[in-house]
Design a protein around this ligand. Structure first.
Ligand code: DX5
Ligand code: ZN
Length: 227
């Protein structure tokens, strides 16, 4: 079970201390939302910021590219220190090439589905990916409400990965995750939980990280005992 605080909801003038706080709370990854004002109606950060974040944390950086032309920037984000890069299936006609290009850079490759994108879009790529990210809000902004249909979609994605024999690739969920739905998303198979506003809009982000992780761990089914 991994908690990935999204710095989108942190104070951009104080990203270093935001990361220190969630690190102390047990963050497993730092989720970095990259937006270009084209694929989504918002603009955030690019490789130079990722490079600076990399200097202040040992926690792996999970870079979520919400941009129309990810192929142009994958190398730059890998060089900046991304440990994971995820790309949206909606913008990539040559998704297989892109996934393998990410892996060739030594970075874990993920593919992302928007809420309206069907799971069948993954069918030919599930064997190749290191993880799948299910958007549980429409990308672009923090602080939106979890779309209930996402719970079934998490199950469908988990089943698709398992059918393809890719049982070790985790499913990540992003958008509107908080203490009210954490048990549901974990029950549906999510093993990487992104949370922005639930952590950084809480009075104490360190404590909020700790609580979300504890709730997620409690919700995780116990492993089947070895016989
Ligand atoms: C939305 C981003 C998310 C966002 C989640 O486009 O991909 O990572 O930060 O924020 P919350 O947890 O507030 O929905
Ligand atoms: Zn994200």
């Amino acid at each position: 079970m991994q908690i990935a605080p999204s710095i989108l909801s942190a104070d951009f003038a104080a990203l270093g201390s935001a990361i220190t706080a969630v690190e102390r709370g047990g963050a497993d990854l730092i989720h970095v939302d990259v937006m270009d004002g084209h694929f989504v109606p918002n603009i955030t950060i690019g490789p130079p910021v990722v490079r600076s974040l990399k200097r202040v944390t040992q926690v792996p950086l999970d870079v979520h590219l919400m941009i129309t032309d990810p192929d142009r920037y994958i190398e730059a984000f890998a060089a900046a220190g991304a440990a994971m890069i995820s790309v949206h299936v909606e913008v990539l006609p040559h998704l297989h090439r892109t996934v393998h290009a990410i892996k060739a850079l030594g970075v874990r490759a993920g593919v992302v589905l928007n809420p309206a994108t069907p799971v069948v879009a993954l069918e030919q790529i599930v064997e190749d990916v290191d993880f799948v990210l299910v958007m549980s809000v429409n990308p672009g902004f923090g602080g939106q409400t979890f779309i209930p249909r996402s719970e079934a979609k998490l199950r469908e994605v988990r089943a698709a990965l398992d059918r393809a024999g890719n049982t070790s690739a985790p499913v990540e969920v992003d958008g509107g995750v908080d203490l009210t739905n954490v048990a549901r998303v974990v029950g549906a198979g999510a093993r990487i939980l992104v949370a922005g506003s639930a952590i950084f809009h809480a009075p104490d982000p360190e404590q909020a990280t700790r609580e979300l992780k504890a709730a997620a761990t409690r919700a995780q089914p116990a492993p089947v005992a070895a016989r």
